[in-house]
Design a protein around this ligand. Structure first.
Ligand code: URP
Ligand code: ZN
Ligand code: ZN
Ligand code: ZN
Length: 477
């Protein structure tokens, strides 16, 4: 009965609901007991002075995904998940991208092939729908949702992925029928094209102009349009990677109308600014920060903190989307030097997401420890169909735990990163609070930056339908 495989002793256990001094007893990879003075286990970890929190769940990462017509990503599943566990995560949810003209099943098979035997943490897949044919929406999607791929992402921009309004409506409607949760990348394609061409004609091609080509109104307009489509179809959506006040206020407005609109923000939107894209004197190092939506300004950070504090955002993710900086396949490849338009979008962040939120959020008293756990783990589990299994420290849950040193001061640098990229956008950024150890289903897989888990020890997660998904009682549906 009391034969725990592992007891984590003397730490401060934090969940989305409570903080308490308690021991955690683990048996067969699951949490078996949380309480005071648990009997000894076969192994014991002394967690005195540490926070014992649910392992991070990063529900927005890109691994082994080709850049849109550009270079290959710097992380496959091996290095990407190595970086994830080094940053205190135990689950990631990357994407299976449908190439136009192919099926969703082909995409899923290809990404499984990439992930099989490679991952250091557990993982599931969101689908990216780029070719919403009647067969894809009517047959493939419902079958895949049944098989555990219970969420999908659609894009309102990018040449190879953009859906028009009619297509968005068809996808939302189909998702409502089969209970898939829809994530939406909200940036308006036509406005970006217009701005991009105008900037290029004026010779404004440096990486910084990426940010100028997609200002906040571009994101706000698309968010409003996606919300409208959600209302028309009666299908809830998650607006991902919200960068600032404008799109955020659309979510707030929609909630006020009783619509079920969820929101995600990311570490870059409270810690980087568009000025970072200027590099040194508008040079090409600015390419290191090119992502979409682009980081805005310091006022924006405060707006995002306000959105976090007032519940606009349920999840805080990395949108980890790493490319090399140097070399012919890097962000500043020869074509990218001719215009920001060709710089692959995305930055590596899975390893620093939790430290940045802890340091900027908890340490600076903007959020509570409970909110930290909700934003980095519990809400991701609940929203993406892993509730009851992941995201909490409670009996029956997988023993996915991060032991967190709340006082450790670290200067982020490429030298200490575990990712495949050759730089970190947060070089020199100082944080307080760092993961001391990561425990995946009862096994210590990372300790003091050292990877102890075996490649392939992470498994595929068939996810349930999201409790947030399905058809709401829409006004018109
Ligand atoms: O720039 C970014 N965020 N690239 C990743 C793809 C996406 O839109 O999430
Ligand atoms: Zn046992
Ligand atoms: Zn996106
Ligand atoms: Zn993304």
């Amino acid at each position: 009965m009391d034969d725990f495989d592992l007891v984590i002793r003397g730490g401060t256990v934090v969940t989305a609901a409570d903080t308490a001094r308690a021991d955690v007893g683990i048996r067969d990879g699951r949490i078996a007991a949380v309480g005071l003075d648990l009997p000894g286990g076969r192994r014991t970890i002394d967690a005195d002075g540490l926070l014992v929190m649910p392992g991070g769940i990063d529900s927005h990462v890109h691994l082994a995904q080709p850049a849109f017509g550009g270079p290959a990503m710097a992380d496959g599943f091996e290095s990407g998940t190595r970086s994830a566990i080094a940053g205190g995560n135990t689950t990631v949810l990357p994407f299976a991208l449908q190439a136009r003209g192919t099926s969703l099943r082909e995409a899923v098979a290809a990404y499984h092939h990439e992930a099989d035997g490679q991952s250091y943490c557990d993982y599931g897949f969101h689908l990216i729908v780029t070719d919403p044919t009647p067969a894809v929406l009517g047959q493939e999607l419902p079958a895949l949702v049944e098989d555990g791929y219970s969420s999908l992402k659609v894009f309102m921009t990018y040449d190879d992925m953009v859906l028009n309004d009619r297509e968005l409506l068809e996808v939302f409607d189909a998702a409502g029928d089969c209970g898939a949760l829809v994530m939406v990348h909200c940036e308006g394609y036509d406005a970006i094209r217009f701005m991009t061409e105008r900037l290029e004609r004026a010779g404004k091609t440096a990486p910084y102009y990426h940010a100028v080509s997609r200002p906040e109104p571009v994101e706000r307009e698309a968010a409003h349009r996606a919300i409208t489509h959600s209302e028309i179809t009666g299908v809830p959506i998650m607006i991902v990677h919200v960068s600032g006040r404008e799109a955020m206020e659309q979510i707030r407005w929609a909630r006020g109308r009783g619509l079920r609109i969820l929101g995600e923000t990311c570490a870059q939107y409270v810690s980087l600014t568009a000025d970072d894209l200027k590099g040194l004197n508008m040079d090409e190092t600015g390419g290191k920060y090119v992502c979409s939506p682009p980081p805005r300004d310091r006022e924006s950070w405060e707006a995002i903190w306000n959105g976090i504090a007032t519940g606009v955002f349920q999840t805080f993710s990395s949108d980890h989307c790493p490319f090399f900086f140097e070399g012919p396949l890097g962000k500043m490849n020869p074509k990218a030097r001719t215009s920001f338009r060709w710089v692959p979008n995305g930055i590596p962040g899975v390893e620093v997401r939790m430290p940045i939120l802890f340091s900027e959020g908890v340490v600076k008293a903007r959020i509570s420890l409970q909110e930290f756990v909700a934003l980095t783990s519990t809400n991701h589990a609940r929203i993406y169909g892993l509730g009851g299994r992941k995201g909490s420290i409670a009996p029956g849950h997988d023993a996915d735990i991060v032991l967190w040193d709340p006082e450790r001061r670290v200067t982020i640098s490429q030298e200490i990163m575990h990712h495949g990229a050759d730089y970190t956008p947060w070089e020199g950024f100082e944080v307080t609070g760092w993961p001391q150890a990561t425990i995946l289903r009862g096994e210590v897989v990372m300790r003091e930056g050292e990877i102890l888990g075996a490649r392939g020890s992470g498994g595929f997660l068939r996810r349930d339908r999201s409790p947030m998904a399905g058809r709401a009682r829409g006004a018109f549906a």
